[in-house]
Design a protein around this ligand. Structure first.
Ligand SMILES: Cc1cc2nc3c(=O)[nH]c(=O)nc-3n(C[C@H](O)[C@H](O)[C@H](O)COP(=O)(O)OP(=O)(O)OC[C@H]3O[C@@H](n4cnc5c(N)ncnc54)[C@H](O)[C@@H]3O)c2cc1C
Length: 399
């Protein structure tokens, strides 16, 4: 008999929506051997074969949960609140939408960094203050169940997630007939890196600064002075232009700042953006590039040429549905400039990254006892042909 449950699904998006909808609560999300979340049906005998887990699974469907979208409105956008704009990854519109919807009585479900477990996880906030830890992209695969299991049929929710998380969630709210209670936001997504890599990175940093108490990515300042509360991101130090902000800032219990940036060889960003440790589904099975989305609103960095000299951060925003358009038109204290959709998607990936034959060796290395510094040396060798090519092009250009 064909099984009507997710027991045969492997290497999926790891969105966790199957576990959230299971009426028997017999699905959990575990990290697989490569360091990515995967559903695990731990008590198959109790399964009633209702098929709900498969119904909501975006990985199990070649198509998106929504028809192709018409009349998408594109904007360059940013918060007019200088502090919000400085603390957020791009223009701070993600936070401004959450703030506005909380004021309208919604609960906001976003992602915070949990330093106890060294992971990113979804959580639900009822007040603007509670929502502050959602600020900034955590470039990790989030553990979604800590937030998604709190959805109910009575409250209204605003949810931010990766495009695949949001596509499954759209199926969930349609199935439970609670779509009108939800506003969904996704972002352009490069993919998510292996947690095995992240854990090794943390171990290496913890040797220098002790147990990590705070971690943040894409900072627009080089230092901060308060780290004891994730809620209080009063960063200080020199300003880093937004376009150069591929940085990680951490603080450990020995209370020393750890600052690392891609331009000076940060291992995390090179492994992540070097595409050698993304989830399998981020390569072949990602169907969410450019304008393909099941969300009401899509956000991203405005990577195109038009705002490249803006050092504070600009969002590229697509209002995809009537719900999305209505939210955008209600936002005060933000600047919106209409832009062609083609201008917004400029600089975003057109297709998923290519899975090279070396990827599986790197994933094996991250799962082994090999120190991350040694893996990074191997990575530099792996990138040597590309680096030589880039150098040659530079020299030719200079001539
Ligand atoms: C893994 C990942 C890959 C990305 N890839 C790209 C890309 O290729 N191109 C691009 O333009 N933008 C990408 N982004 C989005 C970008 O970094 C910004 O989040 C976006 O521009 C919104 O910025 P903001 O200033 O409005 O809000 P911010 O203050 O930065 O808010 C970030 C929002 O994202 C949510 N979030 C944070 N981390 C995660 C996570 N791990 N999983 C799910 N939700 C999360 C938070 O809850 C918050 O609502 C990516 C983000 C992530 C997390």
């Amino acid at each position: 008999m064909v099984k009507k449950n997710i027991s045969f699904i492997k290497d999926c998006y790891g969105c966790g929506v199957c576990a959230s909808i299971c009426p028997k609560k017999i699905i959990k999300l575990d990290l697989n051997k490569d360091g990515f979340y995967e559903p695990n049906l731990f008590n198959e005998e109790a399964c009633i074969q209702c098929g709900l887990c498969l119904y909501v699974c975006a990985y199990n469907d070649e198509k998106l949960s929504v028809e192709s979208l018409q009349d998408i409105k594109g904007y360059a956008a940013w918060s007019n609140d200088e502090q919000v704009r400085r603390e957020c990854t791009s223009g701070g519109i993600g936070f401004e939408i959450g703030k506005y919807l909380i004021e309208q009585g919604y609960k906001a479900c976003g992602v915070k960094y949990n330093p106890e477990l060294n992971r990113a996880e979804h959580f639900v906030a009822s007040t603007i203050e509670e929502y502050i830890p959602s600020i900034k992209s955590k470039y990790l695969q989030s553990y979604s169940l800590s937030g998604f299991t709190q959805f109910n049929k009575t409250n209204k929710f605003f949810v931010t997630g990766t495009p695949c998380q949001i596509d499954s969630l759209r199926r969930y709210i349609k199935k439970l007939k609670i779509e009108e209670n939800f506003v969904l936001l996704d972002f352009y997504c490069h993919g998510v890196p292996s947690m095995n890599m992240w854990k090794k990175y943390c171990l290496s940093v913890e040797k220098k600064i002790g147990k990590i108490r705070y971690a943040s990515w894409r900072n627009k300042r080089t230092r901060w002075n308060k780290f004891s509360s994730q809620n209080n991101c009063t960063e200080k130090g020199n300003v880093i232009p937004w376009s150069d902000s591929k940085t990680i800032l951490m603080c450990g219990e020995k209370s020393r700042d750890y600052v690392s940036s891609m331009s000076t060889g940060d291992m995390f960003f090179w492994f992540f953006l070097g595409d050698i440790c993304l989830n399998k589904a981020c390569y072949a099975s990602c169907k969410y590039k450019q304008i393909k989305s099941a969300a009401d609103i899509r956000l991203g960095d405005f990577w195109g040429k038009k705002y490249q000299n803006d050092i504070k951060g600009v969002n590229g925003l697509l209002a995809l549905t009537n719900v999305g358009k209505s939210v955008v038109s209600s936002l005060e204290n933000c600047t919106f400039k209409r832009e062609e959709v083609s201008t917004i998607v400029e600089g975003q990936q057109e297709v998923s990254p290519k899975e090279t034959i070396f990827k599986k060796y790197f994933l094996k290395a991250f799962a082994s006892n090999m120190p991350i510094e040694r893996i990074y040396s191997l990575f530099l060798v792996y990138r040597l042909p590309e680096r030589l090519k880039n150098k040659a092009l530079k020299v030719l250009h200079l001539r």
